[in-house]
Ligand binder design. Structure first.
Ligand SMILES: Cc1cc2nc3c(=O)[nH]c(=O)nc-3n(C[C@H](O)[C@H](O)[C@H](O)COP(=O)(O)OP(=O)(O)OC[C@H]3O[C@@H](n4cnc5c(N)ncnc54)[C@H](O)[C@@H]3O)c2cc1C
Length: 594
C-alpha cells in the first residue's frame, strides 16, 4: 500500500449507511437491533435531514375513515407513475404500507387521532377508491409536520439501539475493486477537514434528493445528490433521471412548500377570474389530481393569460373557507409559512403559488430489497452490485416511475429502509468473510479528486458554476419541455460541466471549511444535471412529469422502458419496465385521465 494511503485513518464496520433521513435511519435501526456494527454518516445533525420538512402525510390503506384496500393503492400508484413504475416493487410497497405505519405508531410516532382513537387520514392527490372513482382518505398525518414526527421517532429509536452516528461527515466516493464489489467509502470529517477510509462489508446509500440543481426548489440546501454523484463516478448508471416532479404549490417567489394536504383538507386553486380551473382539466379529481397534471394545468392557465398578480405569473390557493379552527389545528405550519414567505394570512386571503421543483423520481437503480443493480445489455438482465444498496429518494426502485403520488415517498423510506435492513441482516452470514483487500486505485482516485481542488490556485468560482447550472436547468428543463429547449440545455450543461473541472476556492483552511464542501457538492450536482437533461432530450414522448410539446402523447410501443445514463461517456441505454407484480395480475397501461 502506498505511503499516503497508510497515513489515512481507517475504520471498519459491518455496514456504513450514508444518510440519516427517514430511509437511512429506518434501515440502520433494523441493522443495529440485529447486533451489526453500523455507522450512519450525515452532513447535518440527523433530525435536520430533509425528511423533517415533509408536511402532508404518509400513505397506507388503513381504511380508518373510508373503505380502502392495498390493491386500490397499488392501482393508483401504477397509474400515477404513468406505467413506468415496476409493478413488483409497487405491490410490495402498497401491501407492506399498513404494517409499516402501524410499526411507526408503535414506535411512538405522534399521529393525529380520530375520535375513536385511530390514526387520522386525509385525502391526497391521485389517491382514490374503487380504482379511480373518487378521492379516498389514505394519508396518515401528524398535523402538517408528518416528516418531523417521523424523523424524530426514528432518531430516538436509533439512539436507544446504540446506532453509531457520524454527524457532520461527508461521504466522498465509493471504494470499488476490480470485481466491481463495493468495499466502503472515503469520507471527510467536516470539523477537522481530515479524510478517512471507512471500510464496510455493506454500504447503503440514503443520501436523499438533488432538487438544488434548479434555481427555484422546495428542497433543503443539503439536497445536492451526493449519492448519485458517487455511483455515477463509480461507473454505475443513473436511472430515469428525466423525471422530476414539480410540486404545484410552492410559495410564489420563495419556493417554500405549501403541502398538498391543504387541498386534501378542501383548499382550491383559482385563476385571476376567480375560476376553479381544475374542474376543467380533471373533472373527477379536480384539485386532487396527481401533481404532474395539476402543475401543467397551472402553467397552462398562466401561459394563456389567466395568472394572478401584476405580472400574471402565479395562481392562488384559497383556504379561508376552511375556517380558522381547521387551519390552526390541521395546517398550523402552513399558516406560518404563508405569513412569513407569502406575506398573506391564509385565514383571510389566498396564497400566491407556482409549480416548483420538488422530487426526483429517478436515481440509483435498485430492486425492492434495496440491492443496487447494473444492467447487462448482452444478457438483457440485471446484475447485483456486491456490497451496495440504495434506498429513499436517491434510489429508483422504481415505485414512482414517471410521477410520484404525494405521501408515497415517506412510505417508500420506511418500507424499503426496513426491507433493506432485513435483507442485509439475512445475508450477513454469507458476507462474514473478512473485509476484502482495500482497492488502492479506487481510494487514490478519490484523493486525487480532492487534492485537485485543494491545490488549484485559480479557476472558476464555485458560486458562478452553481448559478450557471441552476439557471440553465430552470430555463431548459421546466414543466413543459421542447426538444429545441432541451438540446440547447444539453449544450449549456456540458459547458458548465467543463467549467466545473476547473473550480477553485480561495480559503484552503481545514476546520469547517464550507467552501470545500460546496465545491465537492457542485461536482455531484453536475453529474445529476448532466444525467437529467441528456435523458430528457432523448425521450421523444410525454409520460408523467416529462411533458414534451413536440410529442404530447405517451408512446408505449417505443417508450415503455427505463432510461440508464452513464457518466463516463454520457451514453444512454434502456431496460424494460417490470410489468409483472409479485402475486396479483398486471395492471395494463391505459389512458390516464382524472
Ligand atoms: C418540503 C418537502 C415536503 C415534503 N412532504 C412530503 C410528504 O408530506 N409526504 C411524502 O411522502 N413526501 C414528502 N416529501 C418528500 C420526502 O420528504 C423526501 O423524498 C424524503 O424525506 C427523502 O428522505 P431520504 O431519507 O431519502 O433523504 P433525506 O431526508 O433528504 O436525508 C438525506 C440524508 O443524507 C445525508 N447526506 C447527503 N449527502 C451526504 C454525504 N455526501 N455524506 C453524508 N451524508 C450525506 C444528509 O445529511 C441527510 O441525513 C417532501 C419533500 C419536501 C422537500
Amino acid at each position: 500500500m502506498t505511503a499516503i494511503l497508510s497515513s489515512l485513518p481507517r475504520r471498519k464496520f459491518d455496514v456504513v449507511v450514508i444518510g440519516a433521513g427517514g430511509a437511512g435511519m429506518r434501515c440502520s435501526l433494523q441493522l443495529a437491533q440485529a447486533g451489526l456494527s453500523v455507522a450512519v454518516l450525515s452532513k447535518v445533525f440527523p433530525t435536520r435531514s430533509h425528511t423533517v420538512a415533509a408536511q402532508g402525510g404518509i400513505s397506507a390503506s388503513l381504511g380508518n375513515m373510508s373503505e380502502d384496500h392495498w390493491q386500490w393503492h397499488m392501482y393508483d400508484t401504477v397509474k400515477g407513475s404513468d406505467w413506468l413504475g415496476d409493478q413488483d416493487a409497487i405491490e410490495f410497497l402498497c401491501r407492506e404500507a399498513p404494517n409499516a405505519v402501524y410499526e411507526l405508531e408503535h414506535f411512538g410516532m405522534p399521529f393525529d387521532r380520530n375520535p375513536d382513537g385511530t390514526i387520522y387520514q386525509r385525502p391526497f392527490g391521485g389517491h382514490t377508491s374503487h380504482f379511480g372513482e373518487k378521492p379516498v382518505q389514505r394519508a396518515c398525518a401528524a398535523a402538517d409536520r408528518t416528516g418531523h414526527a417521523l424523523l424524530h421517532t426514528l432518531y430516538q429509536r436509533n439512539v436507544a439501539s446504540r446506532t453509531h452516528f457520524f454527524v457532520e461527515w461527508m461521504a466522498l466516493d465509493l471504494i470499488r475493486n476490480d470485481d466491481g464489489d463495493v468495499l466502503g467509502v472515503t469520507a471527510l470529517e467536516m470539523e477537522t477537514g481530515d479524510i478517512y477510509i471507512l471500510e464496510a462489508k455493506t454500504t447503503v446509500l440514503a443520501t436523499g434528493g438533488a432538487g438544488r440543481i434548479w434555481a427555484a426548489s422546495t428542497n433543503a440546501f443539503i439536497n445536492t445528490g451526493d449519492g448519485l454523484g458517487m455511483v455515477a463516478r463509480a461507473g454505475i448508471p443513473l436511472q430515469d433521471m428525466e423525471f422530476w416532479q414539480f410540486h404545484p404549490t410552492g410559495v410564489a417567489g420563495a419556493g417554500v412548500l405549501i403541502t398538498e394536504g391543504v387541498r386534501g383538507e378542501g383548499g382550491i386553486l383559482l385563476n385571476k377570474d376567480g375560476e376553479r380551473f381544475m374542474e376543467r382539466y380533471a373533472p373527477n379529481l379536480k384539485d386532487l389530481a396527481p401533481r404532474d397534471f395539476v402543475s401543467r394545468s397551472m402553467d397552462q392557465e398562466i401561459k394563456e393569460g389567466r395568472g394572478c398578480g401584476p405580472d400574471g405569473n402565479y395562481v392562488v390557493l384559497k383556504l379561508d373557507h376552511l375556517g380558522a379552527d381547521v387551519i390552526n389545528k390541521r395546517l398550523p405550519s402552513i399558516r406560518e409559512i404563508a405569513i412569513r414567505f407569502g406575506n398573506v394570512d391564509p385565514i383571510k386571503e389566498p396564497i400566491p403559488v407556482v409549480p416548483t421543483i420538488h422530487y426526483q423520481m429517478g436515481g440509483i437503480p435498485a430492486n425492492y430489497h434495496g440491492q443496487v443493480l447494473q444492467w447487462d445489455a448482452a444478457s438483457q438482465s440485471n446484475k447485483v452490485v456486491n456490497g451496495l444498496y440504495a434506498i429513499g429518494e436517491c434510489a429508483a426502485v422504481s415505485v414512482h416511475g414517471a410521477n410520484r403520488l404525494g405521501t408515497n415517498s415517506l412510505l417508500d423510506l420506511v418500507v424499503f429502509g426496513r426491507a433493506t435492513g432485513n435483507h442485509i441482516v439475512d445475508t450477513h452470514l454469507e458476507r462474514q468473510r473478512e473485509h476484502k483487500d482495500l482497492a488502492v486505485e479506487s481510494v487514490t482516485k478519490s484523493l486525487d479528486r480532492v487534492n485537485a481542488l485543494e491545490t488549484r490556485a485559480s479557476g472558476e468560482k464555485v458560486q458562478d458554476v452553481g448559478n450557471a447550472m441552476r439557471i440553465a436547468m430552470q430555463q431548459h428543463c421546466g414543466v413543459f419541455r421542447t426538444l429545441d429547449l432541451l438540446n440547447k440545455g444539453v449544450a449549456k450543461i456540458d459547458e458548465v460541466a467543463e467549467q466545473a473541472k476547473n473550480i477553485y476556492f480561495k480559503d484552503k483552511s481545514k476546520v469547517f471549511n464550507m467552501a470545500r464542501q460546496e465545491a465537492l457538492e457542485i461536482e455531484n450536482m453536475i453529474e445529476v444535471a448532466r444525467a437529467t437533461i441528456k435523458s430528457a432530450s432523448l425521450r421523444t414522448e410525454s409520460r408523467g412529469a416529462h411533458a414534451l410539446n413536440d410529442h404530447p402523447e405517451r408512446d408505449d410501443v417505443n417508450w415503455l422502458k427505463h432510461t440508464l445514463w452513464y457518466s463516463n461517456d454520457g451514453r444512454v441505454e434502456y431496460k424494460p419496465v417490470q410489468m409483472k407484480p409479485l402475486t396479483v395480475e398486471t395492471i395494463p397501461p391505459k389512458a390516464r385521465t382524472f
